[in-house]
Design a binder for this molecule. Structure first.
Ligand code: TRP
Ligand code: SF4
Length: 329
């Protein structure tokens, strides 16, 4: 039986946070352990340049740390192939070819492009590379003839563009690329400690590496039900971000109790948060242990990447031979 190939990537933006675990990584681990898929996960370091070309000194370090975090949350380098985009030069070659056949309006009307330009107004995003971001992403995906691409909703427009670009290639030259399916990660949205979307740029995230005191103080600072000013005010757990976390990290019985007690002002927010910090820390313990292990065995991490790059490279070389033949170049 041939396994269906899965491919996904992340930009090396620094420390991973709990939002990444629940938003993407848990899904990656499940797909890896399902047994029906051949999983390829990669660090999109060239993509990091699209918005941060003037601040590159940490990309290498972030790349290694991100792979450490992946391994720590349960990505298994025997079952999955882990690689780094810039190690597979074929991505650049395919990007050039795809960029020739991608109509500009497809890129200009990309909703992520417009949104990011507005949101990250402090950055210079008026570059060819940033506009072409989805073309590079399309190259990443179809290079491996991926059947499925696990992503969050924010990436849907990019996968949609990938599908259109692949169809166009198949139509213009030869039908060599399967049309990839987005595999949506269905997860409860974990908000940042200030109640906004968890994001490094908002400085509101709980990171995978936050332990003990840091974890306690971050959880302690979390926004709760805004109407619950004093302990004697009854709370509304369904509107409370802390409660959302309990639903992920605490047992169903505890969640039930917390909800009951919160509504009748039987438990105060401080205690509720203390309990949460303990639960998160328990859940993260095995992750911390693997993190410590890999951080003191970085050579092993480098070998894992080298090995993954070799595996990815074999496929990329074969695909590019087909592509060159199809394009007659
Ligand atoms: N654009 C993705 C992000 O910002 C990263 C990425 C690059 C990617 N290439 C990809 C994701 C290919 C899935 C498949 O998160
Ligand atoms: Fe939120 Fe817990 Fe406070 Fe209720 S007791 S408002 S669930 S933090």
């Amino acid at each position: 039986m041939t396994k269906k190939r899965i491919l996904s990537g992340m930009r090396p933006t620094g420390l991973l946070h709990l939002g990444h675990i629940h938003g993407a990584l848990r899904n990656w681990v499940e797909l890896q352990n399902d047994g029906h898929y051949e999983c390829y996960y990669f660090v999109a370091d060239w993509h990091a340049l699209t918005s941060d070309y003037n601040n590159t000194h940490q990309i290498k370090e972030h790349t290694l740390n991100m792979v450490v975090d992946w391994l720590s949350v349960g990505i298994d380098p025997v079952k999955s192939t882990l690689f780094v985009q810039s190690g597979i030069k074929e991505h650049a070659e395919l990007f050039v070819i795809l960029s020739m056949i991608t109509p500009l309006p497809w890129l200009e009307r990309n909703p992520t492009y417009k949104e990011m330009k507005e949101e990250l107004s402090e950055k210079d995003l008026s570059t060819f590379g940033f506009l072409g971001y989805p073309v590079l992403q399309a190259a990443d995906i179809i290079m491996y003839k991926a059947y499925g691409v696990p992503v969050g909703v924010d990436q849907l427009p990019h996968v949609e563009l990938t599908r259109e670009i692949a169809r166009r290639f198949n139509f213009l030259y030869r039908d060599i690329f399967p049309i990839p399916e987005p595999l949506l990660t269905n997860v409860p949205k974990l908000l940042g400690i200030d109640g906004r979307k968890m994001s490094k740029s908002y400085d509101n995230s709980i990171n995978i590496s936050d332990k003990e005191e840091t974890l306690k103080s971050k959880v302690g600072a979390m926004f709760t039900d805004p109407q619950r000013m004093r302990k004697k005010d009854p709370g509304r757990p369904e509107l409370c971000n802390v409660f959302g976390y309990h639903q992920i990290y605490s047992s169903p019985d505890d969640v039930e109790e917390m909800s009951r007690e919160c509504k009748k002002a039987g438990i105060g927010c401080t205690d509720c948060k203390k309990r949460l910090a303990v639960r998160i820390s328990e859940a993260m313990n095995p992750v911390y242990q693997r993190q410590d292990y890999y951080r003191s065995h970085m050579d092993e991490v480098r070998i894992i990447i080298e090995d993954g790059n070799n595996r990815a490279s074999r496929i990329a070389r074969m695909t590019m031979e087909e592509v060159r033949e199809a394009v007659k170049i």
